[in-house]
Design a protein around this ligand. Structure first.
Ligand code: 4AD
Ligand code: MG
Length: 446
C-alpha cells in the first residue's frame, strides 16, 4: 500500500529499502534527465523517478499514460523537507513492468474538476466510473465512508440498536406519487421510501433503533438534491417528547461532525474539499413554520412561493425558497410545526395547535433540508382516521397499526439523507457527486 510509512528511507549516507510497488499513473512528467511518475493506489500516492536511461527508452515507457498500471522496483529515498513529493519521499526506480496500458484520453475526463461538479454534464455522468478515479471524486467517496462510520459510532454511543428493514414493501410512507412499483410474484409491491414504519415496530423489542439503508423515490424532477435511490440514515426513539427529539437530532449531528473532524485523515479530506468548514454551534436556530412564512414574506423583495405569490399558511416552502432562507440565515435551522395538510399521514398533531404537526426539518446552508422527522401518532383511533383522510387503505398497514394496539407509546424519529449531509460537509454543489453511482430520472447507468 502506497501510504505505508514504515519503509526505511535512504539518503546520501545510507541505502534505503528496495521495494516492489503496484499502482497506476496519476500524473506523468517527462523531462530530459528523468521521468517523474506520481503513482497512486486506493491508499496513497508515491513519487517515482525513472532516470533517462535504457529504462525509459523501452517500448513500454512510450505507452505511459494516466491510469497505466505498473509494478515498479527500486530504492526508497528521503527528499529534503518541503519537497513537493507526497510524504517527502521518492522511489528511485531500477526496474518496472507495465501491467495494463491506458488510452491517453483520461486527463480530460478525470481531472476536469469544474465539469465533475456539473450535475447536468452527460459525459461526466456516463463516465462516472472513470471520474471516480479523479482526486476530487475519490476524496468525496473516502470521506463518505468516514461519515457513515461516524454515524454508526454515534448511535452505538447513544445505545441505539442497528436493524436492517426490508427494501421490498407493500406500504407507502411519504406519499404515493414517488413510489416505485414492481411486480412481486404477481402482487403489487414497492421499493421502500423510508424504513420508518418498520423501525417503529422494533421499539418495543429493541429500544431505540436505527438503520442505514437505501430508500427509493420516483422523483419526477431533476434537482441538485434529489436522487431516485439514496442512503437513508433513520432512527426512532421510544418514550420521548418533541423537545427530546429536537435535542437528540442536534446532538447526533454535532457528534458526527466531531468524530469526522477528530480523525486526522478525514479532517484532511474536509480541509481539501471544504476549507471553510466550521462545526455549527449548538443549539441550532429553532423556527416554527408559521414564523418562517412570515420571515419569507418580510424579505425585501419578498421570497415568493412556487406560484409567484407571497406565502400563506399551508404553502409548501419549496426548494428555491428554502435555499434562499438558509443562505441568508447561514446557520443550521430546525424548522418545526409544519401544517397537517402538507405533512405525512402518521405525524402527530401539536396538542397546543391542532393545525400543525410535531414535525421538524433540519435545514443546512448550501443544501437546505437534510433531515425530516416528527413525533408519530400514538393513538389507535386517530391513526385509523388518518389513513382514511389520506385515502390510504389500512389493511396493508395492520402491523404498523398494531404498534398502537399493543402497548402504545409517545415516540418519534427522523430520516437523514446521507448524500445531502455529505454535500453540506464536503461543500458539493449536488448530491450527484456524493453518491457513488447516482440514480435520478433518466439515469440508471453506469
Ligand atoms: O423528509 P423525508 O421524506 O422523511 C422520511 O422519509 C421520514 N419517513 C423519515 C423518518 O422519519 N424516519 O426524507 C428524509 C430525508 C430528507 O430530509 C432528505 O435528506 C432525504 O431523506 N431525502 C432525499 N435525499 C436524496 N434524494 C431524495 N429524493 C430524497 N428524499 C428525501
Ligand atoms: Mg422531508
Amino acid at each position: 500500500k502506497l501510504n505505508d510509512k514504515s519503509i526505511e528511507l535512504g539518503d546520501d549516507t545510507k541505502k534505503g529499502t528496495r521495494v516492489k510497488v503496484y499502482g497506476r499513473i496519476h500524473r506523468l512528467r517527462v523531462q530530459k534527465h528523468a521521468t517523474f511518475i506520481t503513482l497512486k493506489d486506493g491508499y496513497g500516492q508515491l513519487q517515482c523517478v525513472l532516470p533517462a536511461s535504457d529504462l525509459t527508452k523501452t517500448y513500454d515507457a512510450l505507452m505511459f499514460a494516466q491510469e497505466t498500471s505498473l509494478v515498479l522496483f527500486g530504492e526508497m529515498k528521503k527528499l529534503p523537507a518541503g519537497a513537493s513529493a507526497p510524504d517527502n519521499r521518492e522511489l528511485q526506480v531500477d526496474y518496472y513492468k507495465v501491467i495494463g496500458t491506458a488510452p491517453s484520453d483520461l486527463d480530460a475526463i478525470t481531472n476536469r474538476v469544474s465539469r465533475e461538479q456539473d450535475p447536468w454534464d452527460a459525459q461526466m455522468l456516463d463516465n462516472r466510473h472513470l471520474v471516480l478515479r479523479g482526486d476530487n471524486a475519490s476524496t468525496v467517496m473516502k470521506l463518505r465512508e468516514f461519515v457513515e462510520l461516524a454515524f454508526i459510532d454515534t448511535y452505538r454511543e447513544l445505545q441505539f440498536r442497528k436493524v436492517s428493514p426490508p427494501a421490498m414493501v407493500q406500504t407507502q410512507v411519504e406519499g404515493g406519487s414517488t413510489l416505485f412499483k414492481y411486480d412481486y410474484y404477481g402482487e403489487e409491491s414497492y421499493l421502500t421510501q423510508s424504513s420508518q414504519l418498520y423501525l417503529e415496530t422494533c421499539l418495543s423489542s429493541l429500544g431505540s433503533v436505527y438503520c442505514i439503508e437505501k430508500s427509493f423515490r420516483a422523483e419526477k424532477s431533476l434537482t441538485r438534491r434529489h436522487l431516485s435511490e439514496y442512503t437513508h440514515v433513520e432512527a426512532e426513539l421510544d418514550f420521548i417528547e418533541f423537545d427530546d427529539l429536537l435535542s437528540h437530532i442536534e446532538e447526533m449531528i454535532s457528534k458526527v461532525v466531531d468524530k469526522v473532524l477528530a480523525d486526522p485523515v478525514a479532517s484532511e479530506y474536509i480541509k481539501t474539499l471544504n476549507p471553510d468548514f466550521k462545526k455549527p454551534t449548538l443549539p441550532f436556530l429553532r423556527m416554527k413554520y408559521e414564523d418562517a412564512i412570515e420571515w419569507l414574506n418580510k424579505q425585501d423583495p419578498p421570497i415568493l412561493n412556487e406560484e409567484g405569490n407571497t406565502h400563506v399558511f399551508g404553502d409548501d416552502i419549496a426548494e428555491a425558497a428554502e435555499r434562499r432562507m438558509t443562505d441568508i440565515i447561514n446557520r443550521p435551522i430546525l424548522l418545526t410545526h409544519f401544517p397537517v395538510e402538507i405533512k405525512a399521514f402518521y405525524m402527530k398533531k401539536d396538542p397546543k395547535d391542532l393545525r400543525v404537526t410535531e414535525s421538524v426539518d433540519v435545514l443546512m446552508p448550501g443544501v437546505g433540508e437534510i433531515v425530516g422527522g416528527s413525533m408519530r401518532m400514538e393513538d389507535y383511533d386517530e391513526l385509523i382516521a388518518a389513513y382514511k383522510k389520506n385515502g390510504i387503505g389500512h389493511e396493508p398497514y395492520y402491523w404498523y397499526t398494531d404498534v398502537r394496539k399493543y402497548g402504545t407509546s409517545p415516540h418519534g424519529g427522523y430520516g437523514l439523507g446521507l448524500e445531502r449531509f455529505l454535500a453540506w460537509m464536503a461543500n458539493q454543489h449536488t448530491v450527484r457527486t456524493t453518491s457513488l453511482y447516482p440514480r435520478f430520472m433518466g439515469r440508471c447507468k453506469p
